[in-house]
Write a protein that binds this ligand. Structure first.
Ligand SMILES: [Zn+2]
Ligand SMILES: [Zn+2]
Length: 600
């Protein structure tokens, strides 16, 4: 597969960013321009503008971009000295700062850190020249003027260099495609994504809340959200029990020496909270569960007959994320991993790897996320940053690839994508909007068993070092819930729904009957509610539908007489009356089988 950075679309978007900057400078000659790279679905450019943008500004800039594109300007690269660059951008303070960085060799023209001094290059088209290493289209006529938009998304504030202490700039977003139809499809997907936004649905469906008094990136799960989460956890527990995992529980903080031993401190201290001093000791708020699980392994002697040992924990960890990067449930500072560590002999690696990959696939299929691909991250043969013997790496990589082939998985191999401690497998899941999410990472690890001096006694009576597998199918439960809310647009399958059944009495006199049935449903383990409000029946149905309750049981005179319920699905389908027993039995099957369909 071609890398995005090498694709034509990437060059089109990068060139469109330059054209946008030209159009902005023509409208606001006093504007300061910062940086403008391509991004996943488009591009942006950051500006320091004399006044806030109006919709008219954006429409005019977009129109001007189309004209510039149609004029067919070549994009011309040239190499300049730092001095020349400074003259060229004499009035542009951000560019001057970037030129300093380029000259010192600490960063590129997008402000990203690099090694060694950089060649300073510019790209020019028409009247606009930018500090840039490209790549670009040869000529603006390669861009389709009808497949470019900057009005599809509101401009947003962005700090220069992402630094909250630096000036706030205006980021104008754009997107560009090869055809107008592709642009339209993309805009439709965006519209659908907006409707499914988990932050909006989370509030509407009463699932979770994030309050600044509690802290940024620290979501609170309300009862309805917690019920969905519990259902997911139960599901995973059941799958893990069947696959021979054992539960463990470990604390939320650990002695700093534990993380020194594991190497997580100080190497990952950027993403951790500062140590806390208690009496004479220092502790770290847990950034990962692995070291704790290693200590559980180490707490007793192991023979090869005890292995594999599979230790699982829904472990909550805390990591520092910049506040500007926090977003709903997808980027948070505290989250729970469906974590597990498998301690295996080298001979068991292949079969255990297949077991893990199998469990992950079952989980995704159950959730209706059967559209995934897998990526094998192997080591970069040129680099020496890896730990573990080369033969072990070869064996582990071969085991991962063999596992993929054995399972008929469509995989790609990416050299250099391994962790420094071992090769890995990533499941990349596509949701209903065709967005890709990296979930279900499985990593082979030679490093921690070494650092913690883990051993088992082999059949030869000698001590050997086990291999460790890290795996978390959901990854972070918070992020996964965010993805699931959007995937299902809040309409969870019955087994995950926080309220599975709403009873709707037609008149007040039917309330006792409705309550009696709700009590029976609850006794059978279902989540049921009675809407005994004064609303009209049609209103009650609309409210339950809005809350995405899968089943509505309408009860009136005839139902009371017959010991029946009239079943309506959230989709609007009316299944008519059926005996209460029959409904309960059917619901039981649907929930137990974790069916995706409401009435299969
Ligand atoms: Zn550029
Ligand atoms: Zn781990």
């Amino acid at each position: 597969m071609q890398r995005y950075e090498e694709s034509k679309l990437y060059r089109i978007r990068h060139s469109a960013a330059h054209i946008m900057a030209q159009a902005v400078l023509e409208r606001f000659p006093e504007a300061q321009i910062a940086i403008g790279p391509p991004i996943e679905d488009g591009f942006y450019y950051d500006f320091d503008l004399p006044r806030p943008l109006t919709p008219e500004d954006l429409a005019a800039i977009e129109q001007r971009m189309r004209d510039i594109i149609r004029e067919g300007h070549p994009f011309v690269r040239r190499v300049v000295s730092a001095e020349e660059a400074r003259r060229l951008f004499a009035n542009q303070v951000y560019k001057l700062e970037l030129i300093d960085g380029l000259e010192k060799g600490a960063m590129d023209e997008d402000g990203n850190p690099i090694e060694g001094p950089a060649v300073i290059t510019t790209y020019r088209h028409d009247t606009f020249e930018d500090l840039c290493r490209g790549p670009h289209v040869e000529n603006s006529s390669e861009i389709n003027p009808d497949a470019v938009s900057i009005t599809f998304r509101e401009p947003a504030g962005a700090y220069w260099r992402g630094d909250e202490k630096r000036p706030m700039l205006t980021r104008i977003y754009g997107t560009a495609w090869e055809t107008a139809q592709e642009l339209e499809e993309y805009l439709n997907l965006l519209e659908e994504a907006k409707k499914r936004d988990h932050r909006v649905l989370g509030q509407k469906l009463n699932l979770f809340v994030i309050d600044p008094l509690v802290g940024k990136g620290l979501p609170l799960w309300k009862p309805r959200g917690a019920l969905v989460r519990e259902a997911l956890i139960d599901f995973m527990r059941e799958a893990q029990r069947e696959a021979g995992y054992l539960p463990v529980v470990t604390p939320h903080i650990g002695n700093l020496d534990l993380y020194r031993t594991s190497g997580h401190y100080p190497y990952y201290s950027d993403s951790q909270y500062a140590p806390i001093q208690v009496d004479e000791e220092q502790f770290l708020i847990k950034p990962m569960n692995c070291p704790h699980h290693c200590m559980i392994y180490k707490s007793e002697m192991h023979s090869y007959r005890d292995l594999p040992l599979r230790l699982a924990e829904f472990g909550t960890v805390y990591r520092y994320e910049k506040s500007g990067e926090l977003s709903g449930l997808t980027r948070v500072r505290g989250f729970t991993q469906d974590d597990a560590h498998l301690f295996v002999t080298p001979e068991q690696l292949l079969s255990e790897f297949i077991g893990v990959a199998d469990l992950i696939q079952r989980v995704f299929r159950t959730l209706g996320m059967a559209d995934f691909r897998v990526r094998v991250g192997t080591r970069d043969p040129e680099s020496d940053k890896y730990v573990g013997a080369p033969e072990s790496w070869e064996k582990a990589t071969a085991a991962i690839i063999e596992a993929c082939q054995h399972m008929g998985l469509d995989y790609t191999i990416e050299a250099g994508e391994a962790a420094f401690y071992g090769p890995k497998l990533d499941f990349i899941v596509r949701d209903v909007l065709k967005r890709e999410w990296q979930l279900g990472t499985v990593q082979v690890d030679y490093n921690l068993p070494e650092r913690f001096q883990l051993e088992y006694i082999g059949a030869d009576g000698e001590p050997h070092r086990p291999v460790m597998i890290h795996r978390a199918p959901f990854g972070s439960l918070e992020r996964f819930m965010g993805i699931l809310i959007e995937h299902f647009a809040g309409a969870f399958p019955a087994w995950l729904s926080p309220v599975q059944v709403t009873l709707i009495p037609v008149a007040d006199r039917h309330v006792p009957y409705a309550q009696q049935i709700a009590a029976r449903l609850k006794a059978a383990g279902f989540r049921a509610e009675v809407d005994d409000s004064n609303n009209r029946m049609s209103n009650k149905i609309r409210i339950a539908q809005g809350q995405k309750v899968p089943y509505m049981l309408v009860v009136g005179d005839r139902d009371v007489e017959a010991g029946a319920v009239s079943v309506r699905l959230r989709s609007g389908e009316d299944l008519g009356a059926m005996p209460v027993e029959a409904f309960i039995a059917r619901l039981g099957e649907i929930v137990k089988s974790r069916a995706l369909a409401l009435w299969p």
